[in-house]
Design a protein around this ligand. Structure first.
Ligand code: F6P
Length: 327
């Protein structure tokens, strides 16, 4: 064990994701087992700037494995983007005798973590926690599996009524520019169409297809649209101009971020949290824990944040299959 790291701080930052608590539990318990002290930093970088800290031990993380959200609270901090805010945060880290941080968050959080590592010399390792699954060089981020399950549950329910009333339904899902949730829920939910950034299909083409399908007896459709492409509202408006059908839309919104993490997310979070602590002990900093296949590994923040979109091929393949099966 490195002698240098005696006290670590752990924080969650950005949009909450199911499994963040499982990651906190793993970080805290692994660190305590390694003989370290742990400070929980509340409200992400905002709380770091404002010196909002709690002492944590193994009991502080009892019974949180199955809970959604984050017991440490989270925020998107505008102040931390400024040099002054960063300086305040660094002073708080030093004042509290914190030797290293574990940062649980997504893309924006890791750009902040990179700044802390590169510009301010603050040792830190990241655990990817975001429903968007939009970080590079990792197959998954904590929360993405559960978000897909949540969307799927909604799609299945909507299908019951769509099917019964023979309607066209547009379901908008989250994911920013990354189509992961849309594409996965599209295939798993048997959607007739999935629209995501980069989609080539036009609304006119969908209209023609809906009319043709109607002639063959297919009278209900589910179209999943990723928020990075358009809103459900926009697609509904455009489609109504193309077809004579009852078209409805829904934006699933923040229900996609809530709920108890499913088994894959609990397992991923538990593995990544402990791995992050081990990485700190081995002297690493400026990297995120990623997973490829079933192997954990470290990914430099630059690659995680700026080399994304590696799964375009997978998304295209799954999209084509979704369309093929939706006949
Ligand atoms: O990054 C997670 C996420 O849920 C995105 O999918 C979404 O675009 C965004 O956060 C919403 O953020 P907020 O809750 O701040 O509106």
């Amino acid at each position: 064990m490195s002698n240098k790291i005696k006290r670590i701080g752990v924080l969650t930052s950005g949009g909450d994701a199911p499994g963040m608590n499982a990651a906190i539990r793993s970080v805290v318990r692994k660190a305590v087992l390694e003989g370290m002290e742990v400070r929980g930093i509340l409200r992400g970088y905002e709380g770091l700037i404002n010196d909002e800290m709690i002492e944590m031990n193994s009991r502080s993380v009892s019974n949180i494995l199955s809970r959604g959200g984050t017991i440490l609270k989270t925020a998107r901090s505008g102040e931390f983007m400024t040099k002054e805010g960063q300086e305040k945060a660094v002073n708080v880290i030093k004042k509290n005798g914190i030797d290293a941080l574990v940062i649980i968050g997504g893309n924006g959080s890791f750009q902040g973590a990179l700044t802390l590592h590169r510009d301010w010399g603050i040792t830190n390792i990241g655990v990817p926690g975001t429903i968007d699954n939009d970080l590079g060089h990792t197959d998954y981020t904590v929360g993405a599996h559960t978000a897909v399950d949540t969307v799927l549950d909604a799609v299945d329910k909507i299908r019951d009524t769509v099917c019964s009333m023979e309607r066209i339904y547009v379901i908008e899902v989250m994911g920013r520019e990354e189509p992961y949730i849309a594409v996965m829920a599209g295939l798993a939910g048997g959607a007739e169409e999935v629209l995501y950034p980069g989609s080539k299909t036009t609304i006119k083409e969908i209209g023609i297809e809906v009319e043709k399908a109607k002639e063959k007896g297919k009278r209900s459709w589910i179209i999943i649209v990723s928020e990075g492409y358009a809103s459900a509202h926009e697609i509904v408006d455009k489609l109504k101009k193309e077809i004579q059908c009852d078209v409805r839309g829904i934006t699933l919104g923040h229900i996609q971020r809530g709920g108890s993490p499913n088994a894959p997310d609990r397992i991923l979070a538990s593995g990544m949290g402990a791995y992050a602590v081990s990485a700190l002990l081995e002297g690493h900093s400026g990297e995120m824990v990623g997973i490829k296949g079933s192997t954990f590994r470290l990914v430099p923040y630059e690659k995680a944040c700026f080399e994304r979109g590696g799964d375009i091929e997978r998304n295209t393949q799954l999209y084509k299959l979704t369309r093929l099966l939706a006949t």
